[in-house]
Every structure is written in C-alpha cells, then in structure tokens.
Design a protein around this ligand. Structure first.
Ligand code: DAH
Length: 340
C-alpha cells in the first residue's frame, strides 16, 4: 500500500521535473514534494497508522524516495542554471577587437592661451592681475577717465546702456579707476576682461571682445618706464628681435598718449602680405596717466605719476596664431579650436 503510494509520488515528481522549463518551476516542485507541507512529509506524518514493526521499513522507503527525487531535482537545477548562463553569455558577447571609444578632451581657447601668455609676462615683472565689473557706472567708464559728456564714444550708437547711468563697459580702463580708488600705492596691475561696443559683427569687429588694461603708479614713473616695459612685453610676446615704435595719439585719460607698433614678426619689418607691406603692426594704446585722472581718484599728481596701456586680447590671439577672421574665435568649432 505505502510502497505503491510512494512509487506514485516519485513517478509524478519525476514527470513534473522532466516537464519543467524554468528554475522557478523546479523550486515549486521542491516545495511541493520535499517541503514541510510537502507530500513526502505528509506520508511521514501518517506513520502512526502503520504497524510498529513495519515502520522502519516504510521510513527507509520514504527516505529513499526523497533522496531520489532530490538527486534528479538537483541535476535538473544545475542543468537549467547552466543553460541560462550560456544563453546570457551569448547575448552579452564583447568583441575585444573593436576600436575603443575615444574620450573627447576639451581644449583651451586661443584667447585663453594668449591671455595666459600676457599674464605670465606681466606677473614676471611684478604685476598683479585684477578684475573689474562688466556692468559699470558711467562714472567709471567715462567720467573718471576724463571723457567729457559730449564725447562721441558715449553715443548710444556705440555704447550699450542699461539705464542712463549704467552701461556695459566699453573699455577695461574702468578698472584703473577702481584700483586707484582703493588708495593703495604703488600700483602695478593688469586687468583682463570683457568689453562691449555696439558694433556689427565682421572679420575685425564684435559687439563683445576682450581687452587687457595695464596701470603703473608710483613716485618717479616716467615715459621711459612705459617704453622700457612695453618694449620688453613685445619681445617676450613676439620674439627677441621685435622692435617697437611709438606714434603720438590722443586718449582723454593719458597725456602724452601714444600708439605702439611692433615690427612684423613674419618679415622682421621688411614688409609682407601679413603686415600689408608696412613692416609694422599696431598693437596697443598707452600714455602717461593724466594728472586730472589721478586727482579725481584721490591721488596727488605732484607726488605720483604713472603710465597706462590697453591692448586687445583678440588682436594678440589673431596675430600670434595668424588667424584672419575674428569670427572664428567665437564660433566654437572644435575643428578650428583644437589647432592651437
Ligand atoms: N581704452 C582704450 C581703448 O579702448 C585703450 C587704451 C589706450 C587704454 C591708452 C589705456 C591707455 O590705458 O593708456 O581704445
């Protein structure tokens, strides 16, 4: 009786195992037959109905049945696990011979490279690098720099006004005033930054570009200091053989004022296509700080003198890297930028 029942249970269990196509199903079979509430346990529980002398025999039969089911079940689980793993491996093949994905690294902009070069040169001469605000009061951009109210630069056609009194600075010269107002002397500073003018975009103009301002104020500063400093700057930037030339000019905040040219670093001054046959290239504006400008910012012009200069950063970048269209600097085309 018991033996038959056990045979039946075993046959049914093995049939189900055979028919299983998933690990979950095998687990279910395990619970159903071997678990605490499983069929074999139920048989053990009914042992009390078996005659005591038959009990060891029946017990042994139950154990044998259990072991056999366990054995087949375990083998099935292993087989199925292997199959699952193999299927997974097949879908996850990695072709180690494929070329790797390259990380695209960013690149410093030609403006940044040129600025760092200029900063390096002036830091080497003991200058401090400072910054001023892009949005300025009229006073800092014009008035304190001796630029009269009727000056053409103040026209709305040239300057972006935010209100009647607040504007986007048109020149980094405004930082001169901020530095002088701090009241700490002597001053040896350069101030790089963005400036804004109401210009149409073309090969040489942009409504936003960059300048680097320079200011030195101390006792006994003369035009000779200006010349020596800027000649040294030109040599370091464009090469040891570079010569400089100063042409008289006018800026309201300097007196006397000049524009500085450098010998063309392509032809050495002979004249070529690059310098349009001139041999010289205009590079910056400069001059001795006007006594009235010193006075307005609280510096005694009887005791202190100084020189200032302003140079266009894009101009330097374009010259140094021989780029002939300023627009290229702003288009952010990586194919262009990564050449420098
Ligand atoms: N701010 C002038 C400009 O934008 C450049 C300049 C000229 C700056 C002479 C100076 C200077 O400091 O002394 O054209």
């Amino acid at each position: 009786m018991m033996k038959e029942k056990l045979e039946q249970i075993k046959a049914e269990a093995l049939r189900q195992i055979e028919a299983s196509d998933a690990l979950e199903k095998l687990n279910e079979i395990k619970v159903n037959y071997l678990g605490k509430k499983g069929e074999l346990t139920a048989v053990l529980k009914s042992m009390k109905d078996v005659a005591p002398e038959d009990r060891p025999k029946v017990g042994q039969l139950v154990n044998e049945t259990r072991e056999e089911i366990e054995k087949v079940l375990e083998a099935s689980v292993k087989k199925m696990e292997r199959a699952v793993r193999e299927a997974k491996l097949k879908t996850e093949v990695i072709d180690v011979t494929l070329p790797s994905k390259k990380n695209k690294m960013g690149h410093r902009h030609p403006n940044t490279i040129a600025l760092e070069e200029v900063e390096r040169i002036f830091i080497g001469m003991g200058y401090e690098v400072v910054e001023g605000p892009d949005v300025e009061k009229d006073y800092y951009n014009f008035e304190a720099l001796n630029i009269p109210a009727d000056h053409p630069a103040k026209d709305e056609q040239d300057t972006f006004y935010i209100t009647g009194d607040i504007l986007l600075r048109t020149q980094t010269s405004s930082t001169q005033v901020h530095e002088m107002e701090k009241g700490k002397l002597p001053i040896r500073m350069i101030a790089p930054g963005r400036v804004f003018r109401s210009d149409e975009v073309d090969a040489t103009h942009s409504p936003s570009f960059h300048q680097i301002e320079g200011l030195v104020i101390d006792k006994h500063i003369t035009f000779a200091d200006l010349k020596g400093t800027l000649a040294e700057f030109a040599k370091e930037l464009f090469g040891e053989d570079t010569k400089v030339k100063f042409r008289p000019h006018h800026f309201p905040f300097t007196e006397p004022s000049a524009e500085m040219d450098v010998t063309c670093f392509k032809c050495g001054g002979k004249g070529c296509r690059f310098c349009k046959g001139e041999g010289w290239i205009e590079i910056l504006g400069c001059g001795m700080v006007h006594p009235h400008v010193l006075e307005m910012s609280g510096i005694d012009p009887e005791q202190y003198t100084g020189f200032a200069f302003g140079v266009g950063l894009e101009r330097i970048a374009l010259l140094k890297y021989e780029i002939d269209d300023m627009r290229l600097l702003y288009e952010n085309d990586i194919r262009f930028l990564k050449q420098f």
